[in-house]
Design a protein around this ligand. Structure first.
Ligand SMILES: C[S@@+](CC[C@H](N)C(=O)[O-])C[C@H]1O[C@@H](n2cnc3c(N)ncnc32)[C@H](O)[C@@H]1O
Length: 266
């Protein structure tokens, strides 16, 4: 059994985690045998998973740059994952060295690594929090001290809402975040979808779901209109809630069955 010094004691090494499987898809090293086994089973069904994960990271980068261009200099990244190439604070602070970032994730390995990475960065921090509980996120001391809610914030929920089933009331959570954000704040979302997926691929997708059900994060793929509904109450910026690769494209990323968009609070 692996038990490296960086493994928080709360980690269950017998259970795969979506965060660590995603780290594996991106070529990271912060995953365990149980994660690699689950991730490889997903890859056997969907060989394009690594390309899809990279395409999603590419959207994250494009969205953060877009928000910086709108003058956003503080970010709250919900479901931020295990740090990897092109983290939000790196992208943001390259353009604006004074940019502030708080990362939040439920997964202890993701939080431990983010915290370690940010030890020397006074303008960025990481907390362990569940986005389904907005009051605990918004009331968190680090969030309150790092971010100024009287000024616009970039709220990121990238590749995370497809881990939140309707029963957990994602719309209510998003409404709560929207409510406390200052006008001019922006919300960026990417979300995996079944749209355009063949019946055969859907059946394969069911097998992928079965793998994710072993984690704490069962997958909930939604349709384009369902994903667009997450932007209720926001002005969706051009080009709208669109297939992820069509949102301000700047590179030749792999096709990914997902939608992405950015909404602005008026
Ligand atoms: C696919 S990764 C995406 C990471 C990063 N946002 C990106 O796009 O590269 C999804 C992350 O969401 C986290 N997550 C899942 N459900 C969550 C929840 N309810 N609250 C906070 N984080 C969550 C997982 O632990 C994982 O790190």
């Amino acid at each position: 059994m692996e038990q490296a010094s960086w493994v928080p004691s709360s980690v269950d090494l017998d259970r795969p985690s979506a965060a660590r499987m995603y780290d594996y898809f991106l070529g990271g090293s912060h995953n365990f045998a149980v994660d690699r086994e689950a991730a490889k089973s997903v890859e056997q069904i969907f060989p394009g998973m690594s390309g899809a994960a990279r395409a999603n990271r590419s959207f994250l980068r494009r969205a953060v740059r877009y928000l910086l261009a709108q003058g956003i200099d503080q970010f709250l990244d919900l479901g931020s994952g295990i740090p990897t190439v092109g983290n939000v604070h790196e992208i943001a602070q390259q353009t604006n060295p004074g940019a502030r970032v708080v990362y939040a994730d439920v997964e202890p390995v993701a939080v431990a690594h983010s915290t370690a990475l940010l030890a020397d960065n006074p303008l960025a921090g990481a907390i362990q929090a569940d986005l389904r509980d907005p009051d605990s996120v918004l009331g968190n001391e680090e969030v309150r001290s790092m971010l100024d809610f009287d000024r616009p914030i970039g709220l990121l929920m990238v590749a995370v809402l497809h881990f939140v089933p309707d029963a957990d009331e994602p719309h209510e959570a998003i409404a709560r975040y929207r409510e406390v954000l200052a006008p001019g704040s922006h919300v960026a979302i990417s979300h995996a979808s079944w749209d355009g997926v063949s019946q055969e691929e859907r059946e394969s997708g069911e097998r992928v779901n079965a793998i994710y059900r072993k984690t704490d994060s069962p997958l909930v793929l939604r349709s384009g209109p369902e994903i667009a509904a997450f932007f209720t109450g926001l002005e969706v910026v051009e080009p709208g809630v669109v297939p992820l690769s069509e949102w301000h494209p700047d590179s030749d990323d792999a096709y990914i069955s997902a939608y992405a968009g950015v909404g602005r609070k008026a």
